[in-house]
Design a protein around this ligand. Structure first.
Ligand code: HAM
Length: 441
């Protein structure tokens, strides 16, 4: 088969048979965010390019190499969001949400776009669950956000995840650190890649997250920011660690985490797992105390994280974790002939009106093929409607799992029979569970 077009490299389709996994993950993250008081924010998939240049930073890999940027028909430079923080903070500022009670607690489940080399766990269109807590200067906020990330991973059952934290200080401590980096990297001018060479004067910290192997090796011996923190940043970091200890959350301090986005200040963190192939971070974030001002708003110390949902899914599958089972159809009605097909339509409508899912034949199949189909879609009950059933006004409702049949009066007996059968099944399940429980104890 020669298709006119196939999906773009680095993008994924979620097929109907797999969608329940996404629903389960999305439900779990949203419910956990709600436990911490977060409400959903939805922002446009594209924004003005300068929003990302100013927030993510024009010397970052994301802005320099990875953005999907284009001119729209009005000649404006537009970019598909490479991450969710910039748009969320823009919306908070634009709608003046900071005038209400602070902090603003917003979460999102959203698609992001980065022109990266696709590989396992690295896509060009990917999805993030992110949280942003705007207007929360205390170290307790850092701990709370980290606890939220941890709780989401725990509730999904994901194991083998390490929390790594660091502090990258504020602009005050950054000045001394930048000077130290400049002098260190200047000795390697000949070896640095062209991009890093251009970063040397403007933003040498970005050399620390260059993906080129040579730059990576040079960066491994660079001075670390923790040695340059001012007293306030040191104190803040100590307090965050203290809160994490009190909460019983294990972490390791990794002074090499600097994050690839420019807006970060003070605490940064990553939840990493070695089952993600070349990628390691399943969730990452930190504080961005200067971002609101950078975007023209008031001073609003803030922080957040984003979790890569494809990576979450990959880990859950690798770790054989359960997903909530998808709902199966309640009833399949197999009509034989035209009059029966009309009756089947009516019966389906009355079942659906009562909240039961009901399907009937749309492909013109014979009885055997229809019953096969009913089994394939795992319908709970099936009903055969032929001439006999129509003339007698009676039909048999078959429980597909047990084969048991009950006779019903047509048309009004069906809905109540499905109710009764469901109650019976629930009752049987309960009895099974109690029996198992009795045997165990
Ligand atoms: P980030 O580290 O660029 O941070 O991305 C966060 C997470 O998104 C990563 O840890 C990873 O799980 C996932 N991710 C990133 N790029 C890809 C990709 N190409 N394919 C698949 N998954 C990917 C941010 O985006 C920040 N906005 C996080 C944040 C929110 N910081 C504060 N608030």
């Amino acid at each position: 088969m020669d298709l006119i077009a196939t999906a773009i490299k680095g993008t994924n389709d979620v097929l109907p048979s797999e969608a329940y996994k996404w629903h389960y993950i999305e439900k779990t993250v949203a419910q956990t965010a709600a436990l911490f008081g977060f409400q959903e924010i939805r922002t446009p998939v594209f924004e003005k390019t300068e929003l990302f240049e100013r927030s993510v930073g024009d010397t970052t890999d994301v802005v320099q190499k990875e953005m999907y940027t284009f001119n729209d028909k009005g000649g404006r430079s537009i970019t598909l969001r490479p991450e969710g923080t910039a748009g969320a903070v823009r919306a908070v500022l634009e709608h003046g949400l900071f005038n209400d009670a602070l902090p603003v607690r917003a979460y999102y489940i959203t698609s992001c776009y980065r022109y990266e080399k696709p590989q396992a766990g690295r896509l060009r269109e990917f999805h993030q669950f992110g949280v942003e807590c705007v207007g929360a200067p205390l170290p307790a906020a850092d701990a709370e956000i980290i606890l939220l990330g941890r709780m989401v991973l725990d509730r999904l059952g994901i194991g083998n995840v390490t929390l790594q934290i660091n502090s990258i200080g504020c602009p005050k401590c950054r000045a001394n650190y930048t000077a130290a980096l400049k002098s260190y990297f200047s000795a390697y001018k000949e070896q640095l890649c062209d991009t890093c060479l251009s970063r040397l004067d403007r933003n040498p910290m970005r050399i620390l997250d260059c993906k080129s192997p040579v730059c990576k090796e040079i960066a491994a011996g660079a001075p670390v920011i923790l040695d340059y923190l001012c007293d306030e940043c040191k104190e803040h970091f100590e307090a965050v660690k203290g809160y994490l200890q009190v909460a019983g959350v294990d972490y390791i301090v990794n002074p090499h985490i600097v994050r690839g986005l420019d807006y970060y200040t003070k605490t940064v963190f990553e939840f990493t797992c070695d089952q993600l192939g070349a990628q390691t971070a399943v969730c990452a974030g930190g504080r961005y105390d200067g971002l609101a001002e950078e975007l023209g708003g008031p001073h609003l110390p803030s922080l957040g994280f984003a979790m890569g949902l494809e990576r979450v899914l990959m880990l859950m599958e690798k770790q054989n974790l359960p997903f909530e089972e998808p709902a199966v159809p309640d009833v399949y009605i197999a009509p034989m002939g035209e009059a029966a097909a009309e009756q089947a339509m009516k019966l389906c409508a009355s079942l659906r009106a009562e909240g039961f899912s009901a399907l009937t034949d749309l492909s013109g199949r014979g009885l055997k093929a229809q019953m096969k189909y009913a089994a394939k879609i795992r319908a709970k009950y099936a009903l055969v409607l032929g001439d006999n059933e129509l003339t007698q006004g009676k039909a048999n409702l078959k429980n597909m799992a047990t084969g048991a049949q009950v006779e019903i009066e047509l048309p009004h007996g069906l809905v109540s029979a499905v109710y009764d059968a469901n109650i019976q099944t629930a009752f049987d399940d309960l009895n099974d569970t109690l029996e198992k429980f009795d045997k165990q104890s």
